[in-house]
Design a protein around this ligand. Sequence first.
Ligand code: ATP
Length: 377
Amino acid sequence: MIPPSTAGARRPPAGSHEPAGGPAERLELRGVTKRFGGLLALDHLDLAVEPGEFLTLLGPSGCGKSTALNCIAGLMSLSDGEIHFGGRRVDRTPPERRGFGMVFQNYALFPHLTARRNVAFGLEVRGVPREEVSRRTREALAVVRLAAHGDKHPAQLSGGQQQRVAIARALVVEPRLLLMDEPLSNLDTKLRGELRTEIKRLHQRLGLTSVYVTHDQSEALSLSDRVVVLRDGRVQQIGAADEVYGMPATAFVADFMGYRNLLDAEVTSLDGRSAVVRSGDLELRGTLMGSLAPGARAIAAIRPHDVLCRRGAAGGLRGRVEVVEYEGKAFAADVVLASGLRLYAESVDPLAPGDEVVIEIDPRRLLVYAGDGAPPS
Ligand code: ATP
C-alpha cells in the first residue's frame, strides 16, 4: 500500500515496474546539518526525493555530497535535522535496518568470493532460504547482464563488470532506496558511458527512488530527473536537468555547467529581464538572472559553444587565436581580443594559433548575474 505521504506524488517513468521491494517511497531531508569540529559540511539541507525519482547531488570536491549520502545511509550521525523515508523518521535507525542499498566508488567486493557469492552474501546473512538466495542471485546477475560471469572472482572481471556486481549486490536485497556514491569514477571513459546507460536502464525498469552523487555534470544531466547543486554544504539550485543546464541560478552553478566565460562586468542599462553590460570595452546584451540595478557589478556568463568565431579580419569583434583544441565536432579556441580580454570560443572550421578571427556572441545565451568582481569558485 502506498504510504499517505506519497499520495499525489509523481509516478515512476513510463515503462517502469513497481520495485520488487514494494512501491517506491519518498525521502525527505529536513534541515540536515553535519559539523566536523568547526567545519560545517552540511548547512540545514532541505530536500525531498519523490517516489521513483532519480535525484543527483552535484558539486565540486568538498561541497558535502558524500556527507549527505552517508547521513541518508545512516553511516554518519546528524548534528541537527531529521531524515524521513516512507512517512517515518529514520535518522536514528541503524543503517542495516533502513533497508537501503548502497553502491560505492571502489566497488567494495569481497576479493575471495565469486561474483555470485558476493551478490548472495547479503541474502545469506539475512537468513534467506537457500533456494530463494539462489533464485534471487541469478535474477540480480541477469538484471546487470552478468548471468554468464557468476563463477568469476572480482580480479577476473573488468572494472565495469565489478561495478555491475556491486549494483547487483545492492539490488538483490530489494532495497527501498538506492544510494550511489560516484559509482563510475574509477572507470575509463568508454566503460563509464556504458555503465551510465545501464544505470539509466535499470532505473527505468525498476523505478527505485535513487540518490546519486557525482562531480561530473554530464553524468548528472544524463541520469537524473532532478539535480541538486551543492556548494559548501548549501543548496545553490534544485531543478530538472534541463533547467540547471539552461538557466543556472547562480554564477557558481553556471561555472559548474560549462559557462567557461565569466566576465567581470557592469550593468549599463535594463529593459525588463534584458540587460546591457560593459566588460572592458565590450558591450554585451543578455538575460538578467536575479535583480540588479544600472551601475551594479555583474558577471556575464556564456558558454564557449555560444561564442562563435570565424577566420577573417572584417567584422565587429576581432581577436587572435592563441590555442586551438580539436573536439571532434568543432574546434575550441582560446581567443584574445584587441582589448586584451580572453574568450573561450568555438569554430566548426579548422583554426590555427595566430589566426585573426571575428567573434559573435549569441545574446540569447548570455546570462547576467550579480557580481562582486571575484569569479565564483
Ligand atoms: P568529494 O567529491 O571530494 O568526495 P564531497 O562533496 O563528497 O567531496 P564530503 O566528502 O562530503 O565532500 O566532505 C565535505 C566536507 O567535510 C569537506 O570539507 C571534508 O573535508 C569534510 N569531511 C568529510 N568527512 C569528514 C570527516 N570524517 N572528518 C572531518 N571532516 C570531514
